[in-house]
Design a binder for this molecule. Structure first.
Ligand SMILES: [Zn+2]
Length: 190
C-alpha cells in the first residue's frame, strides 16, 4: 500500500512537472510568434511607398540646405523618423527581435545616420518639435547599427577574434564565400 501510494505521488509530480514544462514551452513559442508578427508589421510599414520615399529623402540630406522646404515632404521625413524611432523602441523592449532589426537594417540605418543628425539639429533649432531630443531611441539603434557587423557578405570581413567566433557559429550556407584568386584579380569566377 505504502509503495503504491509513493509511486502514485511520484507519477502525480511527474505529470505536474510535464504540464508546467508544456505550458512554458507554449508561452515561449507564442511569444516568439508574436515578436515575428510585430516585426513583419513594422517591416511592411517601413517598406511602404511613402516611407521608402521618406527614407531616401533622409539619405540625400548631407547639409542643412538639403532638408526639403516643402511642408508635406518635411512631414513625411518626420513620420519616417517616427516609425524608425518606434522600431527602435520595439527592439529595446524586445517586442521585435533586435537581431533581425540589425541584420536587415544596419546598412540603411548607417546610410541615414548623417541625414538624421542634420534633420534633428534643424528640428531643434527651428522648434519643429517640442521634444528636447527628438527621436531619442532611434539614436540608440543608429549607434548599434554602426557597431554591428553582419556575418553575411554585405559587410567586409571582420577578422577580429569576436568576428571569427561569430562566423564559426553561423551555419555554413550563410557564411561568406572565401574569395578565390580570380575574384581578387577582378575576373569573373566560373
Ligand atoms: Zn552588412
Amino acid at each position: 500500500m505504502n509503495w503504491f501510494q509513493s509511486s502514485k505521488d511520484l507519477i502525480a509530480i511527474i505529470i505536474a512537472t510535464v504540464a508546467v514544462l508544456v505550458s512554458l514551452a507554449t508561452v515561449i513559442m507564442q511569444r516568439r510568434q508574436e515578436r515575428r508578427a510585430a516585426y513583419r508589421e513594422i517591416y511592411t510599414a517601413l517598406m511602404s511607398d511613402d516611407l521608402h520615399k521618406g527614407r531616401w529623402m533622409i539619405r540625400k540630406v548631407s547639409e542643412p540646405g538639403d532638408i526639403p522646404k516643402d511642408e508635406l515632404d518635411l512631414r513625411l521625413i518626420y513620420r519616417t523618423l517616427g516609425v524608425f524611432d518606434n522600431m527602435a523602441m520595439f527592439a529595446r523592449h524586445k517586442v521585435v527581435p533586435l537581431k533581425w532589426v540589425l541584420e536587415v537594417w544596419h546598412h540603411p540605418l548607417n546610410e541615414m545616420r548623417k541625414g538624421v543628425g542634420i534633420i534633428r539639429k534643424s528640428a531643434k533649432e527651428s522648434n519643429g518639435t517640442s521634444a528636447a531630443e527628438p527621436w531619442p531611441q532611434l539614436w540608440i539603434l543608429l549607434d548599434k547599427a554602426q557597431a554591428y557587423h553582419s556575418t553575411l557578405p554585405c559587410c567586409p570581413p571582420d577578422n577580429s577574434w569576436r568576428g571569427r567566433i561569430r562566423r564559426s557559429a553561423v551555419p555554413s550556407r550563410w557564411r561568406r564565400r572565401p574569395r578565390t584568386r580570380s575574384d581578387a584579380a577582378g575576373r569573373p569566377t566560373a
